[in-house]
Design a protein around this ligand. Structure first.
Ligand code: CUA
Length: 326
């Protein structure tokens, strides 16, 4: 019986080291204080019924010491914890993208090449994987103990996080947020594979179309292309090369066109209007599923050369944009 799950991700050792430090400090002070309570109770017990306690005055040195030592310890915990937190929350730029949707009671996974999985996720070892996660209904939490990876998936927004598996194997995936009757059944497996095995897995299984191509299809279905038409005088701003770039919005502010911004612009278009365009876009809230939103975002990402991985050829997608009926 192991005390901890095995360490199978790049930040597992860091999380465990911090946790070990917290346990050591807690254990040391619990033992010290517990022992002193017992020792002092015996040593300074009342020896005769009429004994009067000696008058004790404060000691400045003692008070400074017992303030400074705990302060130092909690500051170590704070800065150490913050550095681990930043490590966990900042995905490296070479991470591969995987899109996850949680719903009662399953995890649905979409890879950029079009592979789809249910309650399973195949990833290569030694390669950062960035998850963009959404929920169709209530709060879920994507939890892989062996990776020391847990992230809440909250309806109405994206949760992004990353991990890098370091050891090939099969690891438990749990939902760690009570989400209804079958919450305990919302479990699955992460398969961490050697790069060669992963390539073989990618090659197997007919995938049909890439995620970006699926998004391009939805783009036409929802008639987005009637306004976001790549031509002069189009009613909506161009999406070519948009992803990851700053956008000037009404009021003079600038926002970066990341996943969260694009999601908001689809579900609540009036929130941040692009400067120079009228507020004519209708909301698509409720008209597109979370999976569909992720596909659209993969498509819009694919229109930016910088994030070309797993992308549909933008030129091909653009030629598909026939003028749709209004
Ligand atoms: Cu989903 Cu608990």
């Amino acid at each position: 019986m192991e005390l901890f799950p095995q360490q199978a991700s790049s930040f597992a050792p860091h999380v465990d080291a911090l946790y070990g430090f917290l346990i050591a400090v807690t254990a040391f002070f619990s033992l010290l204080i517990g022992t002193l309570v017992v020792v002092f109770a015996i040593k300074y017990r009342r020896r005769s019924p009429d004994e009067i306690a000696a008058d004790v005055h404060e000691s400045g040195v003692l008070e400074v010491v017992w303030t400074a030592i705990p302060l130092g310890l909690v500051l170590i915990m704070f800065f150490w914890g913050a550095s681990v937190y930043f490590r966990i929350t900042r995905p490296p730029s070479n991470a591969i993208d995987v899109y996850v949707t949680g719903k009662q009671w399953m995890w649905k996974v979409q890879h950029t090449d079009g592979h789809r999985e249910m309650n399973e996720l195949h990833v290569p070892v030694g390669q950062p994987v960035r998850l963009t996660m959404a929920s169709e209904d209530v709060i879920h939490s994507f939890f892989v103990p062996a990776f020391r990876f847990k992230r809440d998936v909250v309806p109405g927004r994206f949760s992004t996080a990353w991990f890098e598996a370091t050891r090939p194997g099969r690891y438990h995936l749990f939902c760690a947020e009570y989400c209804g009757t079958r919450h305990s059944g919302m479990i699955g497996w992460i398969y961490a594979m050697t790069p060669a095995d992963y390539q073989a897995w990618l090659a197997g299984g007919a995938t049909g179309e890439t995620l970006a191509a699926a998004g391009a299809k939805r783009f036409i279905e929802q008639a987005c292309n009637t306004c976001h038409a790549e031509q002069a005088g189009a009613r909506g701003p161009s999406l070519m090369g948009l992803f990851g770039k700053p956008v000037r919005i009404l009021g003079g502010q600038t926002v970066v066109a990341d996943e969260a911004y694009i999601r908001e612009s689809i579900t609540n278009p009036q929130a941040k209007l692009v400067e120079g365009y009228p507020p004519i876009m209708p909301t698509f809230q409720g008209l597109i599923s979370e999976e569909g939103l992720l596909q659209l975002i993969a498509y819009i990402k694919s229109l930016s050369p910088a994030s070309a991985q797993g992308a549909a050829a933008p030129a091909a997608a653009a030629t598909e944009r026939k003028p749709a009926k209004p």
